[in-house]
Design a protein around this ligand. Structure first.
Ligand SMILES: [Zn+2]
Length: 307
């Protein structure tokens, strides 16, 4: 069985303005590094379907889904918040991004892929049930995790979020839902200024100070994430895979390097191998320094696929 790479050309058609960091070139940069590293030939590529209303509605109320659809412009760009905007290509991109995460879940659950990475945009972990924010519209990883619970009958899934920003949307969706354990690290204090006030017991949030590098990150994972994951024994693991904690990424001030992404992927894969028959679905979140993003995804995939 291979590692699946789920993506779609529609994800390149979402644009938020000429100098916006969450840009189509991010996915091209990942593709370039997959080719130059030689691992493009080892992954099984799938085109993402459009997420269905039923799949989205497990996370987002129908009114909100309709609000986003209705906000889609036929030309130009419409801002939903200062960071988050829609163009004519956005609606298809958001449905492909969530649909990719659902297909990846199906492929892994049906044992048609060993694990899967979704190279998609827009990202999702800031999207709350009823609010688009922070470049996010629908919460892709939450839609996938709910699909694993609702459509595949799993009882315990873990969400692992190493994006430099706190996944406030995912936390809001799963707070106090004891079928889900969320473990995360994020720069704090930093956008979206959440994650530290009384998190629910199924949220293992580890704030990291600006300037934290490999050692501090790895200590946080060992000290806080691993014991929680070991006692939770997830039946499937989802990565909210943001690569913006990289030292080369100007979006924030953590100092991870390429090898940290291989390391954390390996530690989490050990958990998945022990309790979840190896089932992992990883969904792209942030990562804005194009070369570092592509290289870090390669590190992540090398471990997922044993390349
Ligand atoms: Zn981020």
């Amino acid at each position: 069985m291979a590692t699946a790479l789920v993506t779609h050309s529609d994800c390149m058609k979402h644009e938020m303005g000429a100098h916006h960091p969450e840009c189509p070139a991010r996915l091209a940069a990942i593709d370039d590094q997959l080719i130059s590293s030689g691992i493009a030939g080892f992954v099984e590529r799938y085109d993402a379907p459009l997420a269905t209303a039923e799949q989205l509605a497990r996370v987002h109320p129908p009114d909100y889904i309709e609000e986003i659809r209705a906000a889609s412009p036929t030309r130009g760009i419409v801002h939903l918040d200062p960071d988050t905007a829609m163009c004519p290509g956005t609606w298809d991109a958001v449905l492909r991004a969530a649909g990719a995460a659902v297909l990846a879940t199906d492929l892994v659950m049906r044992a048609e892929a060993e694990n899967a990475f979704c190279s998609v945009r827009p990202p999702g972990h800031h999207a709350t049930p009823t609010r688009a924010m922070g470049f996010c519209f629908f919460n892709n990883v939450a839609v996938a995790a709910m699909h694993a619970l609702a459509a595949h009958g799993l009882q315990r899934v873990a969400v692992v979020d190493f994006d430099v920003h706190h996944g406030n949307g995912t936390e809001e969706i799963f707070s106090a839902d004891d079928r889900v354990l969320m473990v995360s690290t994020f720069q704090h204090p930093f956008y979206p200024y959440s994650g530290t006030d009384n998190p629910a017991s199924n949220m293992v949030n580890v704030p990291l100070a600006a300037g934290t590098g490999s050692n501090g990150f790895r200590e946080a994972v060992e000290q806080y994430w691993m014991p929680a994951l070991e006692s939770f024994k997830p039946q499937m693991v989802f990565f909210s895979a943001g690569f913006d904690a990289h030292i080369e990424d100007d979006m924030a001030m953590l100092r991870l390097v390429d090898q940290d992404y291989a390391w954390v992927t390996r530690r989490i894969k050990e958990v998945a191998d022990r309790y979840a028959e190896g089932r992992i679905v990883s969904v792209l979140e942030g990562g804005y320094a194009l070369s570092a993003l592509g290289r870090s995804v390669v590190q992540h995939l090398r471990v997922l696929g044993d390349f």
